[in-house]
Design a binder for this molecule. Structure first.
Ligand code: SAH
Length: 300
């Protein structure tokens, strides 16, 4: 286990209802962006009662039909900002801003920063696919992050391996309540549709895991690559390219966040083909199933 291990766990949005977020919110409400992009309801023009939820993915397939569902329910107002399209509206009763981060940590950090500053989101949920790293994690399973960290961050010997320099933290905790809600939505999906989904896609019946998701600017696609990650970070369940960047930005601004990943590959030599076929054929179905249940439960 590396020296960086669990040095400092940032509790993401732990003070979501406390003074921390209130301070951040008050600061942001004065920003030009919050005023100009606005969060007015799409049709009524009446004042907004709730700040929206930010929902993002890296790639369009990972959002499923979310934007179509928004179009049908409330209409969509699309604002282009920093070369990304932000879709504002209501989905399953929840006011949301939906966007694509594109791939990698910088893209993800830039996008979530805009969600916070220009769109004043109350919380952030990331949905997408990932490579399975934990020995029990198979293609078709779902991982909900309890914590996230950057597996390719190494400023040693100046700072412990994996620690974010000058922040004193390597792991960022997902917001517990949001992660619980996401996991509950995943469990309901598996109970209601898991067997049918397994038969349809030729996967095993999905299992829902909770634990550490690791992120880096690499598509991990070799047996040696995934073994090196397991050796360095035995707790890691899944590897992807955005989650820890989102969690870090949310931590620094006191915004609750959660990440859910469906396993598209096992980060080994088969990963490129497995990833592409899962992304094109299956990822959207999972996202629809999970997000629908998650958003409906928030409304209830
Ligand atoms: N332009 C390519 C890029 C995909 S990169 C494409 O559209 O096909 C892979 C994406 O899926 C990233 O967003 C990453 O978060 C996730 N991912 C899935 N499997 C992964 C793996 N084995 N290693 C790293 N990231 C993975």
């Amino acid at each position: 286990m590396s020296a960086g291990g669990m040095s400092g766990v940032g509790a993401n949005g732990a003070d979501a209802t406390g003074s921390g977020l209130a301070t951040v919110s008050a600061t942001r409400s004065g920003s030009v962006a919050a005023g100009t992009v606005g969060i007015d309801p799409i049709r009524s023009g009446a004042p907004v009662s709730h700040r929206p939820l930010g929902i993002l993915a890296a790639l369009p397939q990972e959002l499923g039909d979310l934007i179509d569902a928004m179009r049908a329910e409330s209409g969509v107002r699309t604002i282009t900002h920093g070369q990304r399209d932000y879709h504002l509206g209501t989905v399953h009763g929840a006011p949301c801003v939906v966007t694509l981060a594109r791939v990698g940590k910088v893209a993800a950090a830039a996008t979530v920063s805009a969600l916070i500053h220009a769109f004043d989101v109350e919380a952030v949920v990331f949905t997408g696919v990932a490579g399975g790293v934990g020995t029990e994690v198979r293609v078709g399973d779902i991982v909900v992050a309890n914590a996230l960290m950057q597996h390719d961050l190494d400023a040693s010997p100046l700072f412990p391996r994996f620690e974010v320099p000058l922040l004193g933290v390597s792991h960022f905790a997902a917001n517990e309540a949001l992660a619980d809600q996401l996991a509950a939505a995943c469990e309901r999906f598996v109970a209601e549709e898991g067997a049918a989904s397994a038969a349809r896609f030729g996967t095993r019946e999905p299992r829902v895991h909770r634990g550490l998701i690791i992120s880096g600017d690499q598509f991990v696609a070799s047996a040696s690559g995934v073994k090196a990650l397991r050796d360095a970070l035995p707790d890691a369940l899944a590897v992807e390219m955005e989650g820890a960047a989102i969690a870090q930005v949310c931590y620094e601004y006191g915004v609750p966040c959660a990440v859910v990943r469906t396993i598209s590959d096992t980060a080994d030599d088969h990963a490129p083909q497995s990833f592409v076929s899962f992304l094109t054929e299956i990822a959207g179905t999972y996202s629809n199933a999970i997000l629908t249940r998650f958003l409906e439960a928030r409304r209830a």
